[in-house]
Ligand binder design. Structure first.
Ligand SMILES: [Zn+2]
Length: 268
């Protein structure tokens, strides 16, 4: 499935594999002028080439290596000779990126390696001055792309939802909180999230996102100090595990989030 939404000079391109006509899980790429921020999952790469040919896409800039953000790039490069830019850590992963767990392959498709051009500092394209802001925690190579010219923040998977209740086993919520504070300090005017879409009240949205996890960490510590197990703390604060836990064979869970928040020694 491919659909588009416009906000001024920005086009949000919503992408998803469909099963029985229903999208499995939406991811977004953003187009400004001829510059694309991320390229969606492998499952929509073929359909995307036609759209991008019509739109005249000339380059892609990536936030991180995950296949729902980079899956269109190998085909775009092969078919349209589009240049792919990414921070150096992401470039190194993309050069050999072809294996993901089964559930991710079913939802997004299988990624293909792609050669990308590493960049650090600022990229200037289509009236934007994009700087890659390090925001690890969701993935070690994760960066937000901040456009200094307009105050736009392409947040990749840093934001996702105001109340994120699941964590993947390999994620670090404390690093993500540091990243959230770091990008909030840039005072973005518009948040462009790969999953939640375009959010005009960027500062308020980031504040809510930060407060949800910080208050969760405080509550988890309080219950732990009262002698409750991680399992009970999770149930009390977030309820039972839901669909995402079962679909991902346990890789995503509420328990992962509580466990990781209890593991941090940070002051709150
Ligand atoms: Zn991701």
């Amino acid at each position: 499935m491919i659909s588009t939404r416009r906000l001024g000079p920005i086009t949000r391109i919503l992408l998803a594999r469909t099963v029985a006509g229903r999208p499995l899980h939406l991811a977004s790429a953003y187009l400004v002028g001829r510059t694309l921020i991320d390229s969606g999952p492998p499952a929509t790469a073929r359909a995307l080439v036609g759209l991008y040919r019509r739109l005249g896409v000339e380059r892609v800039v990536h936030t991180h290596h995950h296949e729902d953000h980079t899956g269109g790039s190998a085909r775009l490069r092969r078919k349209l000779a589009i240049e792919i830019f990414a921070p150096p850590a992401t470039v190194a992963i993309l050069a050999r990126f072809d294996r993901v767990p089964l559930y991710r392959r079913l939802v997004w498709g299988r990624p293909r390696p792609v050669d990308a051009t590493p960049f650090s500092g600022t990229l200037e394209f289509d009236g934007m001055r994009l700087e890659a802001i390090p925001t690890p925690g969701h993935a070690p190579d994760h960066h937000c792309l901040f456009d200094h010219a307009h105050g736009w923040l392409f947040s990749g998977d840093l934001f996702v939802h105001p109340k994120v209740r699941y964590l993947r086993r390999d994620e670090d919520p404390w690093l993500q909180l540091e990243g959230l504070h770091r990008v909030r300090a840039l005072r973005p005017t518009l948040l462009l999230c790969a999953h939640a879409g375009m959010i005009r009240e960027a500062d308020a949205a980031l504040a809510r996102r930060i407060e949800f996890w910080e208050s969760l960490a405080r509550d988890a510590r309080r219950l732990r100090a009262a002698g409750y197990s991680t399992r009970t703390v999770t149930r009390r604060l977030l309820g039972r595990e839901g669909g995402l836990h079962w679909v991902s064979f346990g890789e995503f869970s509420k328990r992962n989030l509580i466990e990781a928040l209890l593991g941090g020694e940070r002051d709150l």
